[in-house]
Design a protein around this ligand. Sequence first.
Ligand code: CA
Length: 396
Amino acid sequence: MTSWVEGAAGSPFDLDNLPYGVFSRGGDAPRVGVRIGDHVLDLAGVSDDGWWRAPSLNAFLAQGRGQWDASRARITDLLGDEAHRERTEPHLHPLAGVDLHLPIEVADYVDFYASEHHASNVGRMFRPDQEPLLPNWKHLPVGYHGRAGTVVVSGTDVVRPSGQRKAPTEDTPTFGPSRRLDIEAELGFVVGTPSTLGEPVPTGAFADHVFGVVGLNDWSARDVQAWEYVPLGPFLGKSFATSISAWVTPLAALDAAWTDLPGQQDPPVLDYLRVDGPAGLDIEVEVVLDGEVVARPPYRTMYWSPAQMLAHTTANGASLRTGDLYGSGTISGPEKDQRGSLLELSWGGQEPFTLAGRERTFLEDGDEVVLRYSAPGTGGGRIALGEVTGRVAPAR
Ligand code: CA
């Protein structure tokens, strides 16, 4: 089944995708829309449900899986059946004529470290005298609590952060603009249904709680990070900005993307982290720097699954809230051109790569980063997730 909307049929945003976002036109009130082709459908125009009139997806996300499925079925019908065209078409707007906003009011934000290849690469660079992976890494999905209030929508400029940094060759720290500003290409998971304080969420309840996914760029100041992170983990080297896509792709659109984890988890995980069946996602990522693809990280190579990250987050009884966001951690595959950070692509700055005829390592002012994502769709073609863009503005 394809959509009657012009340009949608066969595109990466056909009926088998239907991501949600928040948009406005000409400065009017932001409200919820669904993307079809290069158009957005104003859901408040075709439905009386109050949650579409809200300035974030949260009210809709809080309705739970039953309503998510019912709404998707209804929207599929509206955009797929010619019988609804006449009354639906006036509420379609070209994307070029709308402003897109942060789609969710972010509750808590957690970021993981789920790629074995990324964690091993960083371990080799940051702790060259030790085993690349620390002893806990294969027993639990390592993560940290990030800053929800600095999650920004794709298209937002990122001001180069200043901070305290001390290179190993320097005796004392200095304060100033980061010299090693970086990206991390990640996937983000958006929680819809909350959970009860004191009650862990098992891996099998992943789809009851998680509504969908976003593209995510975890901007990172490597010099600040390297100096501050021992012993309590990332802090100011990460908290200045995290960009997410303007579109939230529902899990329902990813039914064909589930795949096995890259191998048997060894050592075997504790019971609360066990997963059955395909627990990984076959999502392709492209990292584009100033118009050139510099890496193609494959999400299917991730060691820890999204369901395991959710179960671990709540294993101590910590509860989930609508709008919780958790990132996968940098997606890096085994190959050099599959690395999802400039830290890895330039090997700590020691092995510059060539871009537009120049040698490059970390981000320069004016650089534009675009993260693109695609996955197998349920219709046999491919769907795209919302892209994540951001330009580096000079330090203030
Ligand atoms: Ca990260």
